[in-house]
Design a protein around this ligand. Structure first.
Ligand code: HEC
Ligand code: HEC
Ligand code: HEC
Ligand code: HEC
Length: 173
């Protein structure tokens, strides 16, 4: 009687292990694999602007929000109410971006910067649902950076002027 009981327990345990192995392997193969590294084209800098340190090295950082007049006049911040340059740029080494936790990242990884506030968009971007990637469906891929499409200082797209409706063939003289 005791022997049969132990046998039953052993068989049940064995079945459970086999089942759990089966299901874990099924869910593993069904899960989409997000790469750990993202290959991107170089950041779309204005020619000559990078490295920033060519001018900023030795220049004291001016953290006061103001209208820039001697340089970067084309940059007006229309993003993040009350935000300023050093929410994203690093004051001491201008060639790096700075995350909120103080970590410095290169301009080639700026998607991590954007992902701090646009977490769901970054998640979609990694999976190829937002933005654009090219390459092989089951192999190497190249991701476009967020800043290839969105100007970080004023990310909203300008509204397009609608085109006039087409002329009806009967109205063409
Ligand atoms: C040709 C020289 C030059 C280059 C290259 C340059 N900057 Fe500047 N930058 C300036 C000057 C000059 C100012 C001060 C402008 C003012 O006060 O009106 C400035 C101001 C700034 C400021 C405002 C805060 C401060 O310290 O005054 C930021 C942020 C900044 N630059 C970021 C950058 C970044 C990022 C790059 C590289 C992608 C870069 N700059 C490249 C010359 C340069
Ligand atoms: C939301 C984050 C963010 C803020 C705020 C921000 N920047 Fe930037 N900035 C970026 C990122 C990201 C890039 C890199 C774009 C790229 O890779 O080409 C950039 C690029 C630049 C460049 C190089 C532009 C070019 O023509 O290639 C300059 C100069 C610059 N920033 C200055 C500033 C100044 C000055 C301010 C404040 C008035 C500021 N930024 C505020 C994120 C930010
Ligand atoms: C500190 C938080 C923060 C960071 C970092 C940040 N954003 Fe934003 N972003 C916001 C907020 C808040 C809004 C909505 C309010 C606004 O538009 O000013 C916004 C709006 C946007 C929009 C929508 C604009 C519209 O009105 O359609 C885009 C696109 C965008 N961000 C792209 C980016 C990109 C690209 C980066 C990285 C370079 C970035 N953001 C980094 C906070 C952030
Ligand atoms: C290939 C171009 C492209 C790239 C790369 C890209 N976006 Fe976008 N993004 C768009 C377009 C186009 C829209 C407008 C979609 C719409 O209006 O429905 C948009 C909309 C947005 C919006 C506003 C709407 C929303 O879904 O909240 C945010 C925020 C945003 N993008 C952030 C990002 C961030 C962050 C990245 C990088 C992780 C990124 N984008 C990469 C093209 C791009």
């Amino acid at each position: 009687m005791d022997k049969r009981k132990t046998l039953k327990v052993l068989i049940t345990a064995f079945c459970l292990i086999v089942l759990s192995l089966f299901f874990s392997s099924v869910s593993d193969s069904a899960e989409y694999v997000i790469p750990k590294k993202f290959t991107t084209p170089p950041p779309p800098f204005t020619p000559g602007i990078f490295p920033c340190s060519q001018c900023h090295q030795g220049m004291p950082a001016d953290k006061k929000p103001r209208k820039l007049e001697q340089m970067h006049q084309e940059i007006t911040l229309r993003h993040m109410p009350d935000g300023w340059c050093f929410d994203c740029h690093n004051a001491d080494n201008r060639d790096k971006l700075r995350l909120a936790n103080g970590k410095l990242i290169s301009f080639g990884e700026s998607y991590y910067l954007c992902g701090q506030c646009h977490g769901t968009v970054l998640r979609d971007w990694k999976a190829g649902l937002h933005g654009k990637r090219t390459g092989q469906w089951n192999g190497e891929k190249e991701y476009r950076l967020c800043v290839h499409c969105h100007w970080p200082h004023e990310p909203a797209f300008k509204p397009l002027t609608p085109m006039p409706p087409p002329v009806k063939p009967s109205d063409i003289k």
